[in-house]
Design a protein around this ligand. Structure first.
Ligand code: ADP
Length: 407
């Protein structure tokens, strides 16, 4: 099954977003836990300090054995207040001091303590008994929540920002994909509509030539030849656009068979000899590949080579000199086409194989084209398991290098 890249991107980015959200929520909970731990540590320190001071005060301890007076409670309260200030705790608290029953299980007692209470024991110096000291913070939960307000708020804002940006990105990607598909469909339908007029023009030109015996009239023959050759060019472009779309969509498979590459090149050069003659092009063939057999779709490979030779002529300034070389490299046949044309600036080398890309020349395009030839050529070469690259500099000509695996 062919995986759609856009949907794969959306799924992957949604998963990444979900992971980020989980991490963010986890982070908020961790901060809450850390804040609570810090508070608990401080409260335990306050309790320990207070117990230490109380343990040294024999009289007050003794009094609490009998219940403790208001004065005793105030004394402990002021001790607590001092320690609270020391450890920076500024919330309400209460405390209880009771004689500890001798058979009390201290651990069960600690485990059963509510989250907002802290308990400790102090030995009464005058007797062998102990006092239970319980420090309670009734508003502990509210305090932690209040401390959490800022990070929680920032997290919510960040999460919302990330969700909105991701949603907008996904929405734009889907919208652009839809527009690209619609444009492609429109282009294909429009191009398809050109097929019938092109066939009719070709037929009509043939009929004119035949019926009116145009061969005898030089001028008329010249004009019908122009119509014929321009119509052929249009036909080639239309077939290329439609052929590429069909290949890309997997609607037509490549029909591969054993091909002799030297013969293929010679036949392409022969087919184009009129074009070469028209522009006084010089073709040098240096076919040195010992093993030139390939498994290929001869029609598509033929079109791909035609494109490269056509460009070598189209993008030349003076009389084109085109050198075609072949040689073997490991298990590949390497094929280069060098021209002495206008060259391609390095900054365009990556884009040159993109569909519809043409090297910008302002709004002035002396050479007409759709920017589809190289995209088609690359597509066909890669479909054959090969690779295409180029060496070129502005005004210093261009070399296209193609490697294809030997059969
Ligand atoms: P088209 O020729 O129809 O514009 P192509 O896909 O064949 O489309 O080529 C894309 C662009 O690459 C061309 O517009 C041209 O600017 C540049 N180009 C291709 N071949 C050559 C070449 N041999 N020399 C210089 N420029 C070239």
């Amino acid at each position: 099954m062919k995986i759609n890249r856009t949907y794969l991107f959306i799924v992957l980015s949604s998963i990444a977003l979900l992971i980020v959200l989980i991490i963010q929520v986890n982070w908020v909970f961790n901060i809450a836990k850390i804040k609570e731990d810090i508070f608990n540590d401080k409260a335990k320190m306050v309790l320990a300090k207070t117990l230490e001071a109380l343990g040294n005060d024999k009289v007050t301890c003794g009094n609490f054995e009998k219940g403790g007076s208001k004065n005793d409670k105030q004394k402990v309260d002021s001790l607590l207040q001092t320690n609270m200030k020391l450890y920076n705790i500024h919330i309400d608290y209460t405390f209880e001091i009771n004689p500890a029953p001798s058979n009390e299980n201290i651990f069960t007692n600690y485990l059963n303590l509510p989250q907002n209470s802290f308990q400790g024991c102090v030995d009464v110096p005058s007797s062998k008994s102990k006092l239970n000291f319980k420090l309670i913070f009734p508003e502990k939960e509210e305090f932690i929540l209040a401390e959490m307000r800022m990070p929680f708020f920032i997290s919510i804002v960040l999460i919302l920002v990330v969700i909105i940006i991701s949603w907008r990105t996904i929405f734009s990607v889907l919208k652009e994909k839809k527009i690209a598909e619609q444009t492609n469909d429109f282009l294909n339908n429009m191009t398809h509509e050109f097929k019938t007029p092109i066939t009719n023009i070709a037929l009509a030109t043939k009929m004119i030539t035949k019926e009116l015996r145009i061969e005898k009239n030089e001028k008329q023959k010249k004009y019908t030849d122009i119509i014929q050759s321009e119509n052929d060019k249009l036909k080639f472009q239309v077939e290329q656009i439609l052929g590429m779309t069909e290949l890309e969509r997997g609607e037509i498979p490549l029909h591969q068979s054993k091909v002799n590459f030297d013969e293929l090149i010679e036949s392409v050069v022969h087919c184009m000899h009129l074009q070469f003659e028209n522009c006084n092009a010089k073709i040098n063939l240096e076919l040195n590949a010992q093993n030139n057999s390939l498994l290929a779709d001869a029609v598509h490979l033929n079109n791909a080579i035609c494109n490269l030779l056509d460009n070598a002529i189209k993008y030349s300034t003076s009389n084109p000199i085109i050198v075609i070389k072949t040689f073997n490299e490991r298990h590949d046949i390497v094929f280069t086409i060098t021209d002495n044309g206008i060259g391609i600036d390095k900054s365009f080398h990556e884009k040159i194989f993109d569909k519809y890309f043409r090297v910008p020349t302002g709004n002035l395009h002396e050479v007409k084209g759709f920017g589809i030839g190289l995209a088609y050529t690359k597509f066909i070469i890669e479909k054959h398991g090969g690779a295409i690259s180029l060496k070129s500099e502005k005004e210093k000509g261009t070399t296209f290098i193609i490697s294809l695996p030997n059969a």
